[in-house]
Design a protein around this ligand. Structure first.
Ligand SMILES: *Cc1c(COP(=O)(O)O)cnc(C)c1O
Length: 448
């Protein structure tokens, strides 16, 4: 596979950009990532003309794939050509806010911002301002963007900044606990309950190999936060308008957070974030309340139009049936491949999210008939149950180096673009086809 142009571009990029990229994970591919020239349906074409089936889909935002339906494209072009933004409100912001409020049960009011990071940073400030408390409980390995309060590792006893440049004083207010561990969460509330402003988690860990919640876990978080006067923040930046369709993962899991953060899909491929929730909480944002929050580009008309038309298209067409159906074909197909070639590995994901975690141990080839075939659901009766990843630590213990250094390249050689490391999620779009799925399963068979 010729990659002369990508190499040359990366060489130029290294001279003027740190690591040659504008977002760290893009450089995870070694020795250099391929540069994309353009998208085409469910595929991308790189700077050297190589074509790949694209399961990265912008790392989550592109529900419809690269070819936008005519109505989405037209709305974006019209907004861009009428003057991109104004510094005073536009109707399309209200339209998108109304759409989200109509479809997501827990959201009565919403504020739009420009990235998922900005959404989670604002949500944390909102929770602190609303409750008058400082501490935030997060999941170990959970990702909420590049912000001070969540770039924290370690445990609740000994939280540490996970990045240079984050003052220890920030980390002291953050309490990381293992996902799916009710006892650890209860212990943290026993010790710090009166100081906890909020628990923030993804409903499904989507940035750490995909870890599904155990039955009842999210309900426990809801109860504990209620009992202690803390807020429950569900970070649906990935799962929003992907898992559970237009009702988002909270409707799939039947849980009602106080605050939901959105990003990715809700901007239809343009920079976006949003903080939604109960009216009396969201009203704490300035100007109606005391928590300062503002942004020059917030509610950008081009983004709002792209998000609104994307979601309207999803509401009026078979988008979720299509992406979830192909997701299921991928996950069950991968389960079959693994049963044959790597029974210790675990298929994870739900709806239109999928991944194979290179776990090191499993129950062996026997007794796999009763295993979850459509992605791990943490089912206690599953023969894999004891081996399936339940926390970020379990995923970290997998063969992450094989995935990154060997497997990713073997797939790319076969024209399949997978996410850049073991931890990032992969996504099905409306533009993908059954043929893409078959080709991908064949490539996994070859590479594993
Ligand atoms: C991507 C992501 C973010 C950060 O969003 P950006 O738009 O990259 O700033 C936050 N939380 C979750 C769960 C995400 O997946």
């Amino acid at each position: 596979m010729n990659d002369d142009n990508s190499r040359e571009l990366y060489d130029r990029a290294l001279s003027v950009m740190p690591g040659g990229v504008n977002s760290a994970v893009r450089a995870a591919i070694e020795p250099y990532p391929f540069f994309v020239r353009k998208g085409d349906g469910g595929h991308v074409i790189d700077a050297d003309g190589n074509r790949y089936v694209d399961w990265v889909m912008g790392l989550g935002p592109l529900l419809l794939g690269h070819d936008l339906p005519e109505e989405v494209r037209a709305a974006i072009q019209q907004r861009a050509s009428e003057g991109p933004m104004y510094g005073t409100p536009t109707e399309v912001e209200v339209d998108l806010a109304e759409f989200v409020v109509r479809h997501v049960p827990s959201v009565e009011k919403i504020r739009f911002v420009n990235s998922g990071t900005e959404a989670t940073a604002s949500a944390v400030r909102l929770a602190r301002g609303y409750t008058g408390r400082n501490k935030i409980v997060v999941m170990q390995g959970g990702y909420h963007g590049a912000q001070e309060s969540t770039l924290v590792e370690g445990d609740a006893e000994n939280p540490q900044p996970s990045s240079a440049g984050v003052p220890r004083a920030f980390a002291e207010h953050t309490l990381p606990v293992p996902f799916n561990d009710e006892d650890a969460m209860r212990a943290v509330f026993e010790e710090h309950g009166e100081d906890i402003a909020a628990v923030m988690t993804e409903p499904i860990l989507g940035n750490y190999g995909i870890v599904y919640p155990e039955g009842g876990y999210l309900d426990t978080l809801r109860e504990l936060t209620d009992d202690h006067g803390s807020l429950f923040i569900l970070d649906e930046v990935i799962t929003g308008f992907r898992v559970g369709g237009l009702g988002c993962a909270q409707s799939e899991f039947d849980v009602t957070p106080d605050i939901t953060t959105f990003g990715k899909i809700v901007g239809g491929g343009f920079p976006v974030g949003a903080i939604g929730g109960k009216a009396h909480i969201i009203e704490s944002f300035a100007p109606s309340g005391p928590v300062f929050q503002a942004g020059t580009f917030s509610g950008h008309p081009v983004t709002m139009a792209a998000g609104l038309e994307t979601l309207k298209f999803a509401a009026e067409n078979d988008v979720y049936d299509h992406v979830n159906g192909l997701g299921e074909r991928l996950r069950t197909g991968l389960s079959d491949v693994l049963a044959d070639q790597a029974p210790e590995y675990t298929v994870v994901g739900t709806d239109s999210m999928f991944k194979v975690i290179f776990t090191r141990d499993g129950p062996g080839k026997t007794s796999l008939e009763e295993a979850c075939t459509d992605g791990c659901r943490q089912k206690a009766t599953c023969p894999r149950y004891d081996y399936c990843p339940k926390t970020s630590g379990d995923v970290k213990d997998a063969e992450t180096e094989r995935w990154r250094r060997v497997f990713w390249g073997q797939m790319a050689e076969q024209g399949i673009f997978l996410s850049q490391n073991q931890f990032e999620c992969q996504f099905v779009s409306y533009a993908h086809t059954g043929e893409d799925v078959e080709e991908t399963l064949e490539a996994y068979k070859e590479a594993l």
